[in-house]
Each structure stands twice: as C-alpha cells, then as structure tokens.
Design a protein around this ligand. Sequence first.
Ligand code: BEZ
Length: 211
Amino acid sequence: MALHLGDVAPDFTAETTDGKLNLYEYLGESWGVLFSHPADFTPVCTTELGMVARLKPEFDRRNVKVLGLSVDPIESHRGWVGDIEETQGTALNFPLIADPDHSVADLYDMVPPAAENNLTVRSVFVIDPGRKVRLVITYPASTGRNFDEILRVIDSLQLTDEYRVATPVNWRDGDDVIVATALSDEEAEQRFPKGFRKLKDYLRITPQPNR
Ligand code: BEZ
C-alpha cells in the first residue's frame, strides 16, 4: 500500500553493503533519506550514488542518515560499488540495500503496478526522528534526481518544525520566510522581533528567524 505523508515509516531489517541493517537502529535519533534505484550497473543510478556520496557532509550537517536501495543481490552491489568509485571519483560512504526478494521495495511501494520488469522507480522518502514520512517523491527511471532539492526540503522541514513559519517558492536556507497564517499580527510581533512585511492579511514576510 502506498505510503503517505505523516504515515509511520515501516521498519525492516535488510542486507546492505555495510552488513545487516535495521532501519530504526540505523536512524537512531536522526532524520533519514531512503531512496531506491531501478537496477545495478545502470548509468543514471551510478551518477546518483556518486552525488549522494559527495553530499554526505551536507546530510551529516543536517543530522540525516542516507540509505540507498537497489533490488539486485549483494554480490552485484559489491561489483557496482567499484564502478561508482572509479567513475564518480568518490567511494560509496553509506549503505546500499540489496533487496532481491523486493521485501523492502514492496513495503515502501517502490514498484509501480505498471513497471516493466518489476523495476523499482526512483523513490525518495524523507523520514523524521519521530519515524514519520515527511516527503515522498517519485521520479521516472530515465531522470536522475536533484539531491540539492532534497536537502532544500529537509532545511525547510527542520526550520518549519521549529518556528511558526512556512517557506515560499524556491526558498533556500537564509531567505525570508512566511509567517504562519494561524498567528495573529500581535503574536507574530512577539515571535519575530525582526518584524514582518504585511503584503496581505494572509501573506506576511519575515527574515529567517534562526539567522
Ligand atoms: C539508469 O540508471 O540509467 C536507468 C535505469 C533503469 C532504466 C533507465 C535508466
């Protein structure tokens, strides 16, 4: 069954390139990004895994643990890891799940009913420290993901969990934000000492409060 925002991320134990791993133990108190690949030894996936390995310091800085999945067996992953290091200039520095029986892929509904050859699509799940699913994105197999966008959404989620704000179109960390519509002007004045610009009753802009 498809997972929705706010659902509890299902726990599982799986074989990975770093050995047997339990999702909840791996995540601990951290945020998580679980993302799937159609298959090993495929070009787009190879570039994606290299990029996530390069971005690992950015995920670490946000207290996020990353976890990839491809349905091919672990022996296949071990061969592919060498290709990723050779072609992408960085070693894989996070676990990659081997899921040949599709148990994790089915749990997270990563194989659409119309999929050819039972391939997983490029699913992304962001999981918060309370184990709730906070973002679901699905890309087609032929389109590599933009992991800067995933980091941007995590920045927004972490900010809006802490402050009564929302983030506007194309927002990036450091940009102005939107005061939550549920707050009165008086409450907004108290919560946002830097002030706010009122464009409409429902559209009030304030500097990012933790900057
Ligand atoms: C790729 O990673 O390049 C790929 C995988 C499956 C289908 C199409 C492209």
